[in-house]
Design a protein around this ligand. Sequence first.
Ligand code: NAG
Ligand code: NAG
Ligand code: NAG
Ligand code: NAG
Ligand code: NAG
Ligand code: NAG
Ligand code: NAG
Ligand code: NAG
Ligand code: NAG
Ligand code: NAG
Ligand code: NAG
Ligand code: NAG
Length: 437
Amino acid sequence: MRFSSLLTLASAVTAFVVNEGTTCTLYPESLTHQGLAVDDVPSIQQAFHICGINGTIIFTNNTFTIATVLNTTNLLNVDVILRGVLKFTDNIPYWRSNSWPVIFQDQVTAWLFGGTNVTFRGEGGWLDGNGQAWYTFSANTANLPGRPIVFTVFNSTNVLIDGLKILQPQFWAFFAWRSSNVSLTNYYTNATTNNASYTTFNTDGFDSWNTDTILIENATIVTDDDCVAAKGNTTNMLVRNVTCHGSTGVTIGSIGQYPATPDYVSNILFEDVTCIDGLNCAYVKTWQSAPEDQTENGDAGGGGGGLVKNVTFRNFKLQNVALPIQITQCIYASTSAGCNTSNLALEDISWANFTGTSEYNIAASMYCAANHPCPGITFQDINIQSVNQTEGLPLYNTTLQSEVYQCANIVNQNGSGIPCNRVAPDDFSQFVGANVQ
Ligand SMILES: *[C@@H]1O[C@H](CO)[C@@H](O)[C@H](O)[C@H]1NC(C)=O
Ligand SMILES: *[C@@H]1O[C@H](CO)[C@@H](O)[C@H](O)[C@H]1NC(C)=O
Ligand SMILES: *[C@@H]1O[C@H](CO)[C@@H](O)[C@H](O)[C@H]1NC(C)=O
Ligand SMILES: *[C@@H]1O[C@H](CO)[C@@H](O)[C@H](O)[C@H]1NC(C)=O
Ligand SMILES: *[C@@H]1O[C@H](CO)[C@@H](O)[C@H](O)[C@H]1NC(C)=O
Ligand SMILES: *[C@@H]1O[C@H](CO)[C@@H](O)[C@H](O)[C@H]1NC(C)=O
Ligand SMILES: *[C@@H]1O[C@H](CO)[C@@H](O)[C@H](O)[C@H]1NC(C)=O
Ligand SMILES: *[C@@H]1O[C@H](CO)[C@@H](O)[C@H](O)[C@H]1NC(C)=O
Ligand SMILES: *[C@@H]1O[C@H](CO)[C@@H](O)[C@H](O)[C@H]1NC(C)=O
Ligand SMILES: *[C@@H]1O[C@H](CO)[C@@H](O)[C@H](O)[C@H]1NC(C)=O
Ligand SMILES: *[C@@H]1O[C@H](CO)[C@@H](O)[C@H](O)[C@H]1NC(C)=O
Ligand SMILES: *[C@@H]1O[C@H](CO)[C@@H](O)[C@H](O)[C@H]1NC(C)=O
């Protein structure tokens, strides 16, 4: 298709795509509809259809309305350039019944993206998830069914996403699924609620599942949930220079949810990470052994097997984090039953060169299941003090005035470098809201 002018195009077809050679340039329908927010997804699908092999797709510097689901997969040798804003509508009933399944945890996504040899560059543009409507609607319900992940890289090889910004994500901002060699560089996502009663729970900055070879470099992530989470079958991942605001930190997990599909996670390096405020910073979380429904969405879990091996967290800075370092083997268990029999084994996990402050009097809680104590767990140069300690103030309502490091079922605990000074309770929560007694 070739059009001589925008006017010809606008009057000739509904889609607003200008195609020249292998380049498709997109303009929003609003330009020819008196500024009305008409769904731009048909044009976008058409652009990817025309230019989705050996092509370039450019979103011009305008606001596009995303009122329906996007499926732009099976691209080959394509460059996507985002100069405008893609604004998702807040038609909650539509999205809850039409978003694409991603299998994992029965979650769904608004946009399936991917292919082979694909780049996506944010050149001043961004995605606006219109998330406030979802934060208010879901009212802190975990994993509300049908609440869509913004952007999912699926079934892809060699995908570089650079300069992507996702503001007010509806749910998780970015998901890498069944792909290999995915790079996410110079990434920014920010979920901020304007309603003190409703958090931005579940607006994870990044999650991966069944994906090999991942680079995340230079990212700023604002969320009330996981900053970066490597879930089942994430392998060979490097996360470097990430700042997490108000989050539950960078994590392996949650894994071990489904007995039929064991989770293997290996060769993961997190380095130069800063955690500011929030609940957690650098940790590993697995489900317990007994199936239980603890996710409040009918999505029961527990009893999944597998292995986490060769994970490093190094060069971290902390500011006022509630529980900076943790291993838990029963993240969602309602009781301690199951913490000692988790089917997931953990080995060779190290934490090195941490500086900064915890919010309370605890730096680390390291609890491995009694049925397979963890070998190869090490700490080196961990220098964490509570905010009050650094200010010479006493810690409130506790006799423990210096940092707590609690441990259980760590193989060779004395040689681990962890300054264990307390036995970790088996059901110690991820959520710490007061000093340890
Ligand atoms: C895409 O480019 C490759 C390599 O240049 C070429 O072999 C292939 O035929 C092209 N495909 C299309 C549909 O243009
Ligand atoms: C997405 O589009 C591709 C064609 O490019 C198709 O093969 C695939 O089935 C679609 N995915 C879904 C979930 O409909
Ligand atoms: C993808 O790019 C790599 C490296 O440039 C090249 O070797 C490979 O053939 C490309 N794959 C396809 C399917 O074009
Ligand atoms: C997009 O246009 C706005 C003004 O409408 C301008 O401020 C902004 O710099 C432009 N962005 C890009 C990437 O050109
Ligand atoms: C996954 O990608 C391959 C090409 O790499 C393609 O042949 C296959 O159809 C895609 N599967 C789906 C479900 O899109
Ligand atoms: C996140 O967004 C909120 C609301 O726009 C803003 O106040 C805050 O500064 C942003 N945080 C970062 C780290 O960019
Ligand atoms: C990360 O940011 C630094 C400093 O701006 C820059 O030198 C580096 O190239 C960036 N890394 C990537 C992968 O873009
Ligand atoms: C780290 O990433 C931030 C963006 O989040 C960037 O501004 C900064 O330059 C990067 N620093 C280095 C040392 O790469
Ligand atoms: C992980 O990969 C293994 C094969 O290596 C497979 O058996 C298992 O089902 C996968 N797990 C998930 C969660 O897909
Ligand atoms: C451990 O993981 C790192 C990447 O973080 C990798 O460079 C190293 O080769 C891995 N070690 C082994 C023994 O596989
Ligand atoms: C420790 O981490 C800091 C960043 O927090 C870094 O600047 C410093 O070089 C690291 N030290 C070593 C010995 O790697
Ligand atoms: C820190 O000190 C202040 C002032 O004494 C006190 O109100 C606060 O509870 C203390 N914080 C903790 C975590 O103990």
